[in-house]
Each structure stands twice: as structure tokens, then as C-alpha cells.
Design a protein. Structure first.
Length: 535
């Protein structure tokens, strides 16, 4: 018995040595990666901006990390901070970063044995006594127990799984760029909505002032009508102009309320929950310094949407290699180690000793098999080659998308700078026009009281003053909106997330209570630049 056991152990050891030798040889030969190695495309950028020589622009390297501080408006700064902490779209983008990180962990797992399972079974067997070739004294009723470990490992001989890891790592970086891009849009949208809110408030104030002036004009016409100096036509014209101006107030109030509601949603709260933050009426924010626009080449580094397009391109490049690996043989290792025993009575059948569940842990209960395997889809070359072509075509599409993203970014900067400069010129002309209109109203009212002009002259000057003041206010807001557009086009503001987590602590706690996230929710892992933390 002991000699038999010793011989079995020697056979097991020899088999183990052969398996480990084969495994080492396979691992040594792996590492070849089919498919193209990604090279970032060369992208042309303009050498300069069309309006960069204007005194309102600085040519120095752009530093637009917190560009909203250029307006020196503490309420605006507080709103942007609140939006960064509470905006729901941004929170969803942060969770997508965690999703991409978890997906990368799945893909990295494919580098190791893809199938690993522990198996166990218990069975009760009852054999027919009328079965052919039944031995005398056979135990027709017995139980059996099996415990085993199965493993299957497709080796990364052609770099298929490494290419998949490269692809998902780039997708993780793309998700971070997408998160940054939402911050750029969010900060610009909060600032834009806030400026619109202050613009509507100012327009309401001007409308109220014009109502007061026109009411005084109506009073004058009524007095002169009672005195018989003018006809009722003057009274009715004055009243019509007053009511027309009053009618603009509800429209502006409605737009103001809708703007407040939009701002609330950006802050992640219900409409009406802004509290006292914006109750005090304040003037439209103004620029307090020049705008630093930098060089066009800096767009490739600053704008997250360009980085997003480039990272998507890198991810797709690796997928070409994943598809191309299917053109070649797949090498794998497989094996099974098991312990098997039963309580069948075998002594009566002439076998030495007996069998019972207590023998399960004996060396004689061990059985195993294993070895290398190979598969090759030799008759599917047309399908596989076309799959490679599909992935390559998608890559080339993304090259065009990347190039277009750069072109679109340049267009947005040029449009924003142009709109900013021309709106400033328009504002200046309208300012002069408003001053002239105010003087015209004063002169027309004096001459009307003295009977030198008819009321039509007063009516025209009052109407023109109201229109010009409202248009000037709109243009004042447009100047600031266009400045915001420049900062958004330059890709500023995403640096706000530096030193912070992608997901708020309260949400991370909810996720921890549902699922074991390991170290993925730790701040250091979130700022690791795409390196997968230990699970």
C-alpha cells in the first residue's frame, strides 16, 4: 500500500513539473502585441487669433482656472461653488469615472486565468440489478462525493488582452475628460444665467423709471386738456405709451422668474429654494481687467472636449489589435484537480480493502488532468478580417472627429472674441444714444409745456428713450455674456476639481452601503491619473 502511494506521488510530481515547465514556456513567449501602436495624430492649429492685438486681450499664457473672479462678484463665486458641489449632471459624470475604473478592473482580470472554479457534488446511485455484465456481490446502492478545482487560461500570446486593457485605460481617461468638460460648461452656464438674471433685474428697474416719466407726461397732458390747451388726442397717446411700457414689465418678470428657476436647477435645488442668495438686486457684473486668451496651440491642452476626443481615439486604436488577434491561434492552459470517493462495498467484488467517505482525503482519491490547448478560427478569416476593418474604419472616423473638435474649438474662440469686441462697440454707441435721448425728452417736455411743439414730438422722444435704454441694458449684459463665451471657448474652469473627489462623500457612503468598492472610492485613487487601485 505504501509503495503504491509513493509511486503515485512521484507520478504527480513529474506531472506537476511538466505543467509548470509548459506554463513558464508559454508565459515567456507571450507579450507579442498585434495591431498598431497608438501615435497621437499631428493636429494643425492657427498661429494666432484674429483679434489678439486688441488692447482688451493679453497674449500671455492663459491662466483661466477660476476666470469668474475677473468680475469681482462674490455672489457669482458662491453660486459656482454651490453648482460644483451640488449639480446633478456633474455628479452623474463623476460616477461614470468610477464606472470606467471598475470596467478597467474587469478587463485587467482577463490577463489572468479567465475561468477558476471550485466544484463539489454529492450523489446517491442506485444501479439496476438487471444490468448486463454485473459482477457477483456488486453493491447496487451507494453514494459518491467529488471535490474539485477547474481552471482555464487563454494566454495573451498576441497581446489581445493587453490591447483591451489599453483601450479601457484610455476610456477611463476619456471619462475624466468628459467630467472636466461638464465643469467647463457648468461654470459658464451658471455665470451666463446669473448675468441674465441681473440683466432682467436692471431692465425691470429701467422700465419702472420710464413708467414714472411717462406717467408724469400723462399728467401734464391731462392738465393741459382740462385747460383747453390741447385736444383729447394728446391724453390718449400719452396713456397708450404708458400702458405699452407697463405691459413690458410682466414679460420681464416672467423671464426673470424662469431664469431664477434655471439657476436653481444648475445648483441642484428646486425652483424657489435659492433663498436670500439672489434676493438683493445687484448691477450687471463688469470686467475689471483684460482677458488673457493665450496661444491657439494651448487649446489642445486646456479644452477637455479635445482631450476627450483624443482619448477616445486612443481607445479605438487598441481595439484594432483586439480584433486582429483573432486572426491567429489561441493558446490556453486547462486543468482539473479533484478528490473523489464513495461508500460502495467493493470487498465482495474481489478488491482489497473498502471504500468510504473517510478516504476522500487520501492520496489515492486524487485525480487530475491538464495541459495546453489551441484553437484557431481558420474558416472565419473573412469575418475576422472584416471585423478588423470595422475597427480601423471607426478609428479613422474618430481621427476626423478629433480634427473637427480642434476646428470647432478655434471657431468658438474666434466667434466669442469677435462678438465681445463688437458688443463693446455697440454698448458705447448705445450709451451715447441714451444720453442724447434723455436730453431730447427734457427739451421736448419743455417745449410742449410752452406750446412750441405738439405732443407727437414728446411721444417720439419718450418712446425712443425707453427703447434705447432697454437695448443698452441688453447690450451691457451681452458684453459680459460674450466674455463668458471666450472663457468657455478657451476651456477654462475645469481645474476647479483639482484636489477634490469626483463623487461627493454622501454619495460615496451610499455606494459603500450597497456594494464593496474596495479602494476605488478613496481620494488618492481618484486622482491617480488612471491607475487601477487594488480591489
Amino acid at each position: 500500500m505504501n509503495g503504491s502511494t509513493s509511486g503515485n506521488k512521484k507520478k504527480v510530481n513529474v506531472a506537476h513539473e511538466r505543467i509548470f515547465l509548459l506554463l513558464g514556456l508559454c508565459l515567456f513567449t507571450t507579450g507579442c502585441r498585434v495591431g498598431p501602436d497608438y501615435v497621437k495624430p499631428e493636429i494643425k492649429t492657427p498661429s494666432s487669433w484674429s483679434e489678439q492685438d486688441d488692447p482688451m486681450f493679453k497674449k500671455a499664457a492663459a491662466d483661466n482656472q477660476q476666470w469668474w473672479k475677473i468680475f469681482s462678484d462674490p455672489v457669482l463665486e458662491q453660486l459656482i461653488t454651490m453648482a460644483y458641489e451640488q449639480n446633478l449632471s456633474l455628479q452623474a459624470a463623476g460616477i461614470r469615472v468610477l464606472e470606467a475604473r471598475a470596467q478597467l478592473g474587469i478587463t485587467k482580470g482577463s490577463l489572468y486565468p479567465q475561468s477558476q472554479s471550485l466544484e463539489g457534488s454529492y450523489g446517491y446511485n442506485s444501479i439496476s440489478k438487471n444490468t448486463a455484465n454485473t459482477q457477483p456481490n456488486t453493491d447496487f446502492n451507494y453514494s459518491s462525493v467529488d471535490l474539485g478545482f477547474d481552471v482555464a487560461w487563454e494566454l495573451d500570446f498576441w497581446g489581445k488582452f493587453n490591447r483591451a486593457v489599453q483601450s479601457d485605460a484610455s476610456r477611463l481617461e476619456a471619462s475624466i475628460a468628459g467630467y472636466d468638460n461638464i465643469i467647463v460648461s457648468l461654470t459658464a452656464e451658471v455665470a451666463r444665467t446669473y448675468v441674465l438674471l441681473r440683466t432682467y433685474e436692471t431692465r425691470l428697474e429701467i422700465a419702472a423709471q420710464n413708467v414714472s416719466i411717462q406717467q408724469q407726461s400723462l399728467n401734464i397732458t391731462e392738465i393741459r386738456f382740462k385747460e383747453g390747451d390741447v385736444t383729447e388726442l394728446d391724453v390718449q397717446q400719452a396713456r397708450a405709451l404708458l400702458k405699452d411700457t407697463q405691459a413690458t414689465i410682466p414679460q420681464l418678470q416672467d423671464r426673470l422668474r424662469q431664469t431664477q428657476n434655471a439657476l436653481a436647477i444648475l445648483l441642484g435645488v428646486f425652483p424657489g429654494e435659492l433663498g436670500t442668495l439672489i434676493e438683493a438686486s445687484m448691477p450687471i457684473p463688469e470686467l475689471h481687467s483684460e482677458i488673457t486668451i493665450g496661444l491657439p496651440a494651448e487649446l489642445l491642452r486646456r479644452r477637455p472636449d479635445i482631450r476627450l476626443a483624443e482619448r477616445q481615439l486612443a481607445a479605438q486604436s487598441a481595439l484594432i489589435g483586439v480584433a486582429k488577434a483573432d486572426l491567429y491561434p489561441h493558446f490556453s492552459l486547462f486543468g482539473n484537480v479533484a478528490l473523489t470517493s464513495s461508500d460502495a462495498d467493493v470487498t465482495a467484488a474481489g478488491f482489497p480493502g473498502g471504500s468510504s467517505f473517510s478516504n476522500l482525503w487520501d492520496s489515492d482519491s486524487i485525480q487530475f488532468f491538464g495541459g495546453p490547448g489551441m484553437s484557431w478560427d481558420v474558416l472565419n478569416y473573412g469575418r475576422i478580417k472584416n471585423q478588423v476593418r470595422v475597427q480601423d474604419a471607426r478609428f479613422q472616423q474618430l481621427v476626423a472627429v478629433y480634427q473637427e473638435a480642434v476646428l470647432e474649438a478655434a471657431r468658438e474662440v474666434e466667434n466669442a472674441t469677435s462678438a465681445f469686441l463688437y458688443s463693446r462697440q455697440e454698448k458705447q454707441f448705445l450709451s451715447d444714444s441714451v444720453q442724447a435721448a434723455k436730453r431730447s425728452v427734457e427739451l421736448a417736455m419743455i417745449q410742449y409745456r410752452e406750446g412750441l411743439v405738439d405732443y407727437q414730438r414728446v411721444l417720439d422722444t419718450l418712446r425712443f428713450q425707453s427703447q434705447q435704454q432697454d437695448q443698452q441694458t441688453e447690450t451691457t449684459g451681452a458684453v459680459v455674456l460674450n466674455a463668458i463665451g471666450i472663457y468657455k471657448a478657451l476651456g477654462g474652469g475645469w481645474q476647479l476639481r483639482e484636489g477634490h473627489d469626483y463623487v461627493p462623500d454622501a454619495i460615496k457612503q451610499q455606494m459603500r452601503e450597497r456594494t464593496d468598492w474596495g479602494k476605488m472610492l478613496e481620494p488618492t485613487s481618484l486622482d491617480s491619473g488612471g491607475h487601477e487601485p487594488a480591489p
